[in-house]
Structure formats: structure tokens, C-alpha cells
Design a protein around this ligand. Structure first.
Ligand code: CA
Length: 234
């Protein structure tokens, strides 16, 4: 099974040496990688593998990086994926800064690998905090993603690995309603062959584990939609 907690990064760059350099260094840092060397491939892959972040070169043959960015933002299944743009010229950088591209951040070439990794982590810290070892809190819950420990009201909780990954997902975006398909992608990995009812079973186990001492139920079932981490009882 894929390591569901390692962030998956799609790297889009047409220069083979650059592509290799970026991928090598990201993998060394523990990221999972998919690669594309033109815009069309990038658009296909983005919809297919649902990366946690896309590193996207501005200058690409055929479909430009900027057009890829625009198309990613216009499609429902890729709209939310963070984009880190690689730009060569300051005029390009100005446009990215002006946010008319939809990119989340940008790095100007020539850049150092350290800078690229730092920017990658910074974007992930905002969008997938559990994946880069951040401490997550919600109400009286504390999740230490570095040491894989969970506490509620100061008391240690014992969670199975799947329940732990589900909780990571919930705590990254409290209040957000997750469909069972989305939870499956996150907690089991994108290639997993798992029945959606299995998601219900594990959410049920997580709910039970969190309620150990009769505290408030923080998992809300949203009929017809899925689940969320929510303190709203109504
Ligand atoms: Ca290029």
C-alpha cells in the first residue's frame, strides 16, 4: 500500500536534467513523486493521481505552464490542488505575484534546491500540515504527527493506523465535509481497493476511540455527503 501520509508531488518540467534534479531531491526528503514533461501530460496526471502539490514550470512546450494552471483551476477535481510555479523572468514572477494565475506561490529561476524544498514545505504546511510533521489541535484534541501520538483532554488515545490517518485528515481541515471517496484516498492510499463501507467502519471506530471518557462526539455524520470533524451538536 502507498504510504498515505507521504505527500505526493507532481513535478512538471520539460528539461530532463532539471526534472531529474527536482525529483531526486524531493524523494530524498521523503516525498512521493509523479513526473510530467509537458502540459498535456500534467493535466492528465493531475486528475488521475490527485497530487497534494504541483510544481509547475512556466515555460513548457505546446501547453504553457500558465495555461495548465488555468485549466487546473477551472476543473472541479483539480481546482483545490496547490500549485508552486517555477518562473524564469521577473515579468513572469510579477504576474504570479499578481495572483492572476491561480498559483499559490512561485520560485524564480535560477533557484537553489533548498529554497524549492522550503517553499514546497511552506505550501504543504498550509494545505496538508500533518504531512510535514506539524502539531495539530482541535478542541481538546492534540495530534503529534511527528511522533504519531494522539491525546484528548490530556489523556493518551490508542488508535489503529487507519483511524490515525483518518484523524490526521479530519484535523487538517476541521469543519470540512469529506466524502467517503476522499477519506478512502487519504487514509488508504489512492490505489487501494477498498469498499466504501469499510470507510464507515473505520470512522465508527475512530468515533468510539475519541469518546473514551464520554466526551462530546466530534465526528459529525453528514447524511448523503460524508463526515466532518465538528463540534456543532445541532
Ligand atoms: Ca521549461
Amino acid at each position: 500500500m502507498a504510504n498515505a501520509t507521504a505527500p505526493l508531488i507532481l513535478v512538471v518540467e520539460d528539461e530532463p536534467a532539471q526534472l531529474e534534479l527536482i525529483c531526486y531531491n524531493l524523494q530524498k526528503e521523503g516525498f512521493a513523486i509523479e513526473r510530467a514533461s509537458d502540459g498535456e501530460e500534467a493535466l492528465l496526471l493531475a486528475g488521475e493521481v490527485k497530487p497534494d502539490l504541483i510544481i509547475l514550470d512556466w515555460m513548457l512546450p505546446h501547453v504553457s505552464g500558465i495555461e495548465v494552471c488555468r485549466q487546473l483551476r477551472s476543473q472541479k477535481n483539480t481546482r483545490h490542488i496547490p500549485i508552486l510555479m517555477l518562473t524564469a523572468r521577473s515579468a513572469e514572477a510579477d504576474r504570479v505575484r499578481g495572483l492572476d494565475t491561480g498559483a499559490d506561490d512561485y520560485v524564480v529561476k535560477p533557484y537553489s534546491v533548498d529554497e524549492l524544498i522550503a517553499r514546497t514545505r511552506a505550501v504543504l504546511r498550509r494545505t496538508r500540515p500533518a504531512s510535514v510533521g506539524e502539531m495539530l489541535t482541535y478542541e481538546d484534541l492534540v495530534l503529534d504527527t511527528e511522533r504519531h501520538k494522539v491525546k484528548r483532554g490530556g489523556q493518551k488515545l490508542k488508535l489503529g493506523p487507519t483511524e490515525y490517518r483518518l484523524l490526521c485528515t479530519f484535523m487538517e481541515k476541521p469543519g470540512r465535509v469529506w466524502s467517503r471517496e476522499q477519506l478512502l484516498d487519504r487514509a488508504w492510499g489512492r490505489d487501494a481497493d477498498v469498499d466504501l463501507r469499510t470507510v464507515d467502519v473505520h470512522v465508527g471506530r475512530l468515533r468510539k476511540a475519541l469518546l473514551k471518557d464520554g466526551q462530546q462526539d466530534l465526528i459529525r455524520t453528514v447524511r448523503g455527503s460524508g463526515y466532518s470533524l465538528d463540534n456543532d451538536d445541532s
